[in-house]
Design a protein around this ligand. Sequence first.
Ligand code: NAD
Length: 295
Amino acid sequence: LKGKAKKLTRDIATPQQAAVLGAGIMGGGIAYQSASKGVPVVMKDINQKSLNLGINEAAKLLNKQLERGKIDGIKLAGVIATIQPTLDYSGFERVDVVVEAVVENPKVKAAVLAETESKVRDDTILASNTSTIPISYLAKSLQRPENFCGMHFFNPVHRMPLVEVIRGEKTSEATLAKVVAWASKMGKTPIVVNDCPGFFVNRVLFPYFAAFSLMLRDGADFNQIDKVMEKKFGWPMGPAWLLDVVGIDTAHHAQSVMADGFPERMKKDYRDAIDVMFDANRYGQKNQLGFYRWQ
Ligand code: NAD
């Protein structure tokens, strides 16, 4: 997959100017990552408060780098200056690539992508950071589906190396190459994958979560499983901790997408730990209560 990604980018210029739709957890992280690696971004949201949060998040990450002596004040100010916040589409006529990171709602995403397509040049590439919506479905709202693909980052963007670049039915090779080039410039490892439920990572992750839930049904203790997987097996964290970080509401939704996509493997006739936690509004780190209590 990595070799394929490299071959694709051989003759493709790295984007000079990018845009991000949505200044939330993911959009803010992507804007920071792109700007700090030298590709300026326009960051659009629908409200000023979210835009401010996105900029503040970037500033916080840059300040950490300053404290560690990795950058100086001039570099910090320079990077911040290359993130241009906007509530409209100003600056979008200049962008080579746009990644959409608004709420995970198919109708909202389709409408936002169609509107964006009408504001950019004909050769601008559009990508979606969706975790669960088929790329070929979102492409239906576009006039130029060949210029569109998935670009799935992981949270937190500045720490997670992988980016899934998802090929829709009509995505062109040039589009994939441009997005691969941008992800590489951001210091990430892009992999090109086909459009299917769960793309690559969630096809591995959700059977793992299912196995974890089955062990809990068998009477195992989640804390012990975490300890073994983290401390003894050497993974960065165990499954319960990971679910708390991902967000149990997010996992609950993704799990249902996986069950619909691969019923023979993923459908179950019982309520598992993710269902129970979700019904109890225990979403993990985001609302301070999941498998663990977060401060
Ligand atoms: P978020 O709720 O933190 O941010 C969404 C942002 O989009 C908000 O600031 C909101 O104001 C803005 N927005 C809504 N409608 C908009 C519009 N029409 N135009 C511009 N901005 C608009 O959400 P998030 O966690 O950053 O997730 C964004 C996307 O990334 C989703 O598709 C999600 O599935 C995907 N994703 C999330 C994660 C994660 O762990 N959070 C990981 C990978 C992918």
